[in-house]
Design a protein around this ligand. Sequence first.
Ligand SMILES: NC(=O)c1ccc[n+]([C@@H]2O[C@H](COP(=O)([O-])OP(=O)(O)OC[C@H]3O[C@@H](n4cnc5c(N)ncnc54)[C@H](O)[C@@H]3O)[C@@H](O)[C@H]2O)c1
Length: 249
Amino acid sequence: MNVLILGGAGMLGPYVARQLAPRYTLRITDVKPPAEELPGEFRLLDVSDLDGVVEAAEGMDAIINLSVLRRHRKVAWDVSARGCYNMMQAAVTHGIRRVINTGPHYTVAGRNITECFDFGIGPDIPPQSGADLYAITKSMGLEICRIFSQHHDISVQTYLFYNFKDPATIQPGEHHAPFVISWENAAEVFPLGLEIDLDALPSRCEVFYVFADMPHGKFSNEKTKRILGFQPRQDVETLWRRTAVPPHL
Ligand SMILES: NC(=O)c1ccc[n+]([C@@H]2O[C@H](COP(=O)([O-])OP(=O)(O)OC[C@H]3O[C@@H](n4cnc5c(N)ncnc54)[C@H](O)[C@@H]3O)[C@@H](O)[C@H]2O)c1
């Protein structure tokens, strides 16, 4: 299977590339060159360049979008929203039926609303990104993908992450956000999405939370395990117990 990766030279890209390389033919693209050698073919490509994305998708069987630009008022829209439009337009042009998009958990569960007060939050809640630039541009990208999937025979899986960590590097006493997944474990979801029978998905636009199990039940990865067969490999509870007690207690 030929797989196009957009934004593949970032933090997550090399893990995904190494995970996929043994079984897939990769065309990895990014607006900047990779810091390390990546498997497969590499091309410089700006996701906001429609013609370039369409050209890069020629001959591909699937597209994975890892690109993101978080904090620039205009470019964040160009990458996270327009990039999705260009990716879906490329899929239409070449008859590519399998697309995997990515983003942060607050693409659907905004930091200041849902995240603060609710528990058992799944990926299919009514989307409420809030006004955070990163969240709202990714949220717009998701809606663009959803609309394309309603009008074309294209299946889009959107994988949403919280924060990544290599558990081996966490020191006792180090401050870290409580919901973690290792880069390697997160990368394992991509071959599952490339292999799943598209007709087995509940709809042509499905969102998945790719997290470790959370002992406090804030967010739920149940759907990702049930439908994709994803296996979290980190015990978050153990990581929490390694955090030192603050000195004043
Ligand atoms: N890193 C995290 O902690 C984190 C947390 C939650 C979700 N995510 C999501 O995971 C995915 C991968 O994120 P990452 O951590 O690798 O991010 P990253 O910041 O490393 O960015 C990914 C890549 O996007 C590329 N990019 C930026 N502008 C581009 C453009 N115009 N055209 C093409 N590529 C462009 C960057 O060069 C980079 O290589 C993203 O969807 C992100 O929202 C990341």
